[in-house]
Design a protein around this ligand. Structure first.
Ligand code: URA
Length: 184
C-alpha cells in the first residue's frame, strides 16, 4: 500500500509482477478526477491504450465517450482504470494470476479516490471485483452495495461494438449511475 499517488504511479510504471510486462509499450495507470464520486473499471489496455498509456482511448473508449456526452457525464469528472495495467497479448482476457498480481494497484487507487460508485465494465471487472459467482448477464444494471461502495455492473463498451442492442442497456446504466451520483 502506497501513501502517495506519485509512489503508486511510479511502482506501476516499472512493474514486473507478471508476464504482461514483457510485451507492453506503456503501462496504463488510470486517468481522471482523483476525487471522483464515480469510478469506472474496465478489463485491460488494448493496442491503442498500450500505445498512448491511457485507458479507453480506442474504439470502445470513443463509444464510451459518446455515451458520457449524451448523458452529461464529463470524462474529466470521473476516474477510469482497469483490472490490469498492461495489455494482454492479442487482447485476450487477463488470466487470473495476472489480475491477482495487479489487484493491489487497483485497490490502492480505490482507497485514494474513495469513490461512492464503481461502474464495472464487463465480466472481467465484475468477477475480479465482486467475485467469480457473479455473471454479467444476470448482474448487469443491478446495484450491489459492499463496504459502503455502490457497484453497478454493466456491459463492457467493446460488447456494444459487437452487439448494438446492448447500447440501450449501457445508456440506461450510465444514466442510473449519474442519477445516483447526484444523490450521494
Ligand atoms: N478495454 C478496456 O477494458 N480497457 C481499456 O482501457 C480499453 C479497452
Amino acid at each position: 500500500m502506497y501513501e502517495r499517488w506519485e509512489e503508486l504511479e511510479q511502482a506501476v510504471s516499472c512493474c514486473k509482477k507478471c508476464r504482461l510486462c514483457e510485451n507492453r509499450i506503456n503501462t496504463v495507470f488510470g486517468t481522471g478526477n482523483k476525487e471522483a464520486k464515480v469510478m469506472f473499471i474496465g478489463e485491460g489496455p488494448g493496442a491503442d491504450e498500450d500505445k498512448l498509456g491511457e485507458p479507453f482511448v480506442g474504439k470502445a473508449g470513443k463509444l464510451m465517450n459518446m455515451a458520457f456526452e449524451g448523458i452529461g457525464i464529463k470524462r474529466q469528472e470521473v476516474y477510469i482504470a482497469n483490472i490490469v495495467k498492461c495489455r494482454p497479448p492479442s487482447n485476450r482476457n487477463p488470466q487470473d494470476d495476472e489480475a491477482k498480481a495487479c489487484m493491489d494497484y487497483l485497490r490502492n487507487q480505490v482507497i485514494f479516490v474513495k469513490p461512492k460508485i464503481i461502474v464495472l465494465l464487463g465480466s472481467v471487472a465484475l468477477k475480479n471485483i465482486l467475485g467469480k459467482e457473479y455473471n454479467i448477464t444476470a448482474s448487469r444494471g443491478k446495484w450491489v452495495e459492499k463496504n459502503g461502495i455502490f457497484y453497478l455492473p454493466t456491459w463492457h463498451p467493446a460488447a456494444l461494438l459487437r452487439d448494438e442492442t446492448k447500447k440501450i442497456d449501457f445508456w440506461k446504466d450510465l444514466k442510473n449511475a449519474k442519477e445516483k451520483m447526484e444523490l450521494l
